[in-house]
Design a protein around this ligand. Structure first.
Ligand code: ZN
Ligand code: ZN
Length: 419
C-alpha cells in the first residue's frame, strides 16, 4: 500500500473537504429531516444506495430487510468492512433547529409518535458516504476491497443479526476486520474517543407478567393485587445488583415500563413490567437473568399468586474492541487528526449490535465521534445540562462533526488496511 506523507495528505484533505462538504451537509440535513424507525428504513436505504451507486460501487439492496451493501474493489489486498446504521428513534425532536424532524410514525397501538435521529445514525451514514467518496477518489491510497454496510434496526438490536442471516459474510467478500464510529454527546467535535477491550455492554430485554386476582379496589382482601406485587418486585430487582453481584462488576437493571389496570377502584388481574438488563461478562449476565426469574417467582409466591411469566429477548452481546486492531485504528486516528484529538473513553453500559461480528470471528473496533462545538459543550457542562443520545434535545454540530468523522474513518481504514 502506498502511504502518502501525512502533511501532504492533510493538505490534500482540506481541499477535498472544502469541495465535498456542502453535498455531505445537505445529505445529513435530508437524512435528519426524514427519520425512519427500525426495519422501516426504506427511503433512507434507497437514498444511500443511490449515493453509493453514483460512486460506481457494486450495490446490493434489501440485505436482511432494508440493509444495503456496497463493495469497492481495488485489486489484490485485504478486505475491510465499514458499517453505519440507518434507523431513528420514537422520540419527538425538541431542538428548535430549522432542519428539525417533524415526522410522525405510527406506534403499534395506532398513536402518532414523534420520530427523530436522536442517536446520530444520520451522522454515521453521512460519514460513511464521505469515506466511500474519499476512497473512490483516492485510488492510490488503498489496495484491497472495502465493504460498506448500511444496517437497519440497530435500536432494536435486530439489524446486524438480520444482515448476517441474509449472507453479509457469504454473499459479499468476507472482511478481515470491521470498523465503525458512533456519535458521542459529550466530546468536542474535533475529538474521537477509543478504547481497547470491553467498550459497550451485554443487553437483554426482560418482560415479566405478574398474575393476580382482579376485583373491587375497596375489597383488596378478596383479590391478589398484581400492582402491589409489581411495586415490590421493582425494588427487589435492585437488590440483585447491590447484593448479589461483585461490586467491582458493572451491571444495571432498569425497569422502564409498568402497565397494569385501567381505573382507580379496580384491582387488575395482571401487571406487565419491561426491564433492560446490562452487564459485561457472561457469568454476571447469567446470574442476573437467573436472579430476575427467581425474584419474580418469589414475589408471586409470597402473595399466593400464580407463577409469573418471565421472558428474555433482544440479546445483544457486549461490544469488545479487538486489542491489536484498536491499536492500529488508534494510530490511524492520530495520523488523521493529531495526537491530542484522540482520547481514551471509559466503557459505557449502552449497547451496539455491531459487536455481533465478534461472534463471527471478525476483529472489530468502534470508536466514538465527538459532535459538539467546544464552547457550546462547555456552556452546557457549566449549566449541568448536556443532552444525551436518545434525548429529543441532542443535536450534533454537524458541519464540524462530518469533517472529523470522515477524516477519522479514512485514517482508521488506511491504517487497518496496512495490517
Ligand atoms: Zn441509540
Ligand atoms: Zn446508536
Amino acid at each position: 500500500m502506498l502511504v502518502l506523507a501525512s502533511s501532504a495528505l492533510v493538505a490534500q484533505d482540506e481541499a477535498w473537504f472544502a469541495e465535498r462538504a456542502p453535498a455531505l451537509e445537505a445529505l445529513y440535513r435530508h437524512l435528519h429531516m426524514h427519520p425512519e424507525l427500525s426495519f422501516q428504513e426504506r427511503q433512507t436505504a434507497a437514498r444511500m444506495a443511490t449515493e453509493l451507486r453514483a460512486l460506481g460501487l457494486e450495490v446490493t439492496e434489501q440485505v436482511g430487510g432494508t440493509g444495503v451493501v456496497a463493495v469497492l474493489r481495488r485489486g489484490e489486498g485485504p478486505v475491510g468492512l465499514l458499517r453505519a446504521d440507518m434507523d431513528a428513534l420514537p422520540v419527538a425532536e425538541d431542538t428548535g433547529l430549522p432542519y428539525a424532524s417533524t415526522v410522525r410514525a405510527q406506534s403499534a397501538d395506532g398513536r402518532a409518535i414523534g420520530t427523530m435521529h436522536a442517536c446520530g445514525h444520520d451522522l454515521h451514514m453521512t460519514c460513511l458516504l464521505g469515506a466511500a467518496q474519499w476512497f473512490v477518489q483516492h485510488p492510490e491510497a488503498f489496495r484491497g476491497t472495502l465493504v460498506f454496510q448500511l444496517q437497519p434496526a440497530e435500536e432494536r438490536a435486530g439489524g446486524m443479526k438480520a444482515m448476517l442471516q441474509d449472507g453479509l459474510l457469504t454473499r459479499f467478500p468476507r472482511p478481515a476486520w470491521a470498523i465503525a464510529l458512533h456519535t458521542a454527546h459529550d466530546l468536542p467535535h474535533d475529538r474521537v474517543g477509543v478504547r481497547a477491550g470491553f467498550a459497550m455492554a451485554n443487553v437483554d430485554s426482560c418482560d415479566i407478567t405478574l398474575f393476580g386476582k382482579g376485583g373491587h379496589g375497596a375489597a383488596p382482601h378478596l383479590c391478589i393485587d398484581p400492582v402491589v406485587m409489581a411495586a415490590q418486585l421493582v425494588l427487589d430487582l435492585q437488590t440483585i445488583v447491590s447484593r448479589e453481584i461483585d461490586p467491582l462488576e458493572a451491571c444495571v437493571i432498569t425497569v422502564g415500563a409498568i402497565e397494569g389496570g385501567n381505573k382507580h377502584n379496580i384491582v387488575p388481574d395482571r401487571c406487565h413490567l419491561q426491564a433492560t438488563v446490562r452487564s459485561y461478562t457472561a457469568p454476571v449476565r447469567e446470574r442476573m437473568l437467573a436472579s430476575i426469574e427467581r425474584k419474580a417467582k418469589a414475589v408471586a409466591l409470597s402473595f399466593g399468586a400464580p407463577a409469573p411469566k418471565v421472558e428474555f429477548s433482544e440479546h445483544t452481546p457486549a461490544l469488545q474492541n479487538h486489542a491489536a486492531l484498536t491499536a492500529v485504528v488508534q494510530r490511524g486516528l492520530v495520523a488523521a487528526l493529531g495526537a491530542e484529538q484522540v482520547v481514551e473513553v471509559p466503557p459505557a453500559m449502552v449497547a451496539e449490535d455491531f459487536g455481533r461480528l465478534l461472534a463471527e470471528n471478525i476483529p472489530l473496533c468502534m470508536f466514538r465521534l465527538g459532535t459538539i462545538e467546544p464552547r457550546r459543550l462547555a456552556a452546557m457542562q457549566a449549566a449541568g445540562d448536556v443532552p444525551i443520545l436518545h434525548s429529543g434535545r441532542f443535536y450534533p454540530d454537524y458541519e464540524l462533526a462530518i469533517r472529523t468523522g470522515v477524516k477519522a474513518l479514512v485514517g482508521a481504514v488506511r491504517a487497518a488496511a496496512a495490517l
